[in-house]
Design a protein around this ligand. Structure first.
Ligand SMILES: [Zn+2]
Length: 243
């Protein structure tokens, strides 16, 4: 297996930019795709090192033109190499790589088809997932909800990898850049991998904040109004967090 991969890399290097008969899914990796893959792998590893993902229980994608690079199914992120570039078109047809794309591909593609997203991050972050089992919307515990477009909704449960889950998610994402997936996790998108990652981290942090404030016996947290969060959102956009 390792030998095979090394041989394929050799072939790819030798015929940069041309279709390769030996490649499982057609064409070779373009330079901008190789760069995007490197950034994608770094972001995926960051979700693990920052505690947002355990094992391979999340996935990351980035759009390069009409190609979506996405983490493959079941491969630990620390084992991903430059040879493992996995890419599909916007309909999910494989155009790059020999590995099987993440089973959550329908959610990623639904985001790209419906929005101007440049990158998508999906995790099973523990506090956000806990909140998804408790409420239909994350209570407005902090004005940073404004950075995600407003109150963060919870998409109703559906089996992972299904079109039904992707539909539920898209509805929950209306006018938002992130949502929770009931009894499942988070999804967030942005113009860049860093932005999608930061939104994911903010959502997990706000979820943790609400759980912490809500867990004091005999007290319940003060919440903000939608108008207060909307006003904060305007200011945040003014500080260059557009997108
Ligand atoms: Zn998942």
């Amino acid at each position: 297996m390792a030998e095979e991969q090394r041989d394929r890399r050799g072939a790819r290097d030798a015929r940069e930019g041309e279709p390769e008969a030996g490649e499982p899914w057609g064409r070779s990796v373009r330079p901008e795709e190789a760069d995007a893959w490197e950034a994608l792998v770094a972001t995926a590893r960051r979700t693990v090192s920052d505690g947002l993902v355990v094992g391979t229980s999340g996935n990351v994608s980035v759009r390069v033109g009409d190609t979506v690079l996405v983490t493959p199914s079941g491969v630990p992120y620390d084992r991903l190499t430059p040879d493992d570039v996995t890419g599909v078109d916007l309909d999910g047809g494989r155009v790059l790589g020999a590995l099987v794309p993440t089973s959550e591909l329908p959610m990623h593609l639904a985001v790209y088809r419906a929005t101007d997203a440049g990158a998508v991050v999906h995790t099973h972050a523990v506090h956000a997932t806990a909140v998804s089992t408790l409420v239909p919307e994350l209570p407005l515990i902090h004005y940073m909800a404004g950075a995600l477009g407003g109150p963060v909704r919870v998409a109703p449960y559906a089996t992972y990898g299904t079109a039904e889950l992707a539909e539920n998610m898209l509805r929950a994402l209306t006018d938002r850049t992130a949502c929770l997936l009931q009894n499942h996790g988070t999804i967030a998108y942005g113009a860049t991998l860093d932005q999608a990652y930061d939104r994911t981290a903010q959502l997990e942090w706000m979820s943790r904040l609400w759980l912490t404030a809500s867990s004091v016996p005999g007290l319940s947290p003060a919440l903000l109004s939608e108008a207060q969060v909307a006003e904060a959102g305007e200011r945040l956009r003014g500080y260059g967090q557009r997108g």
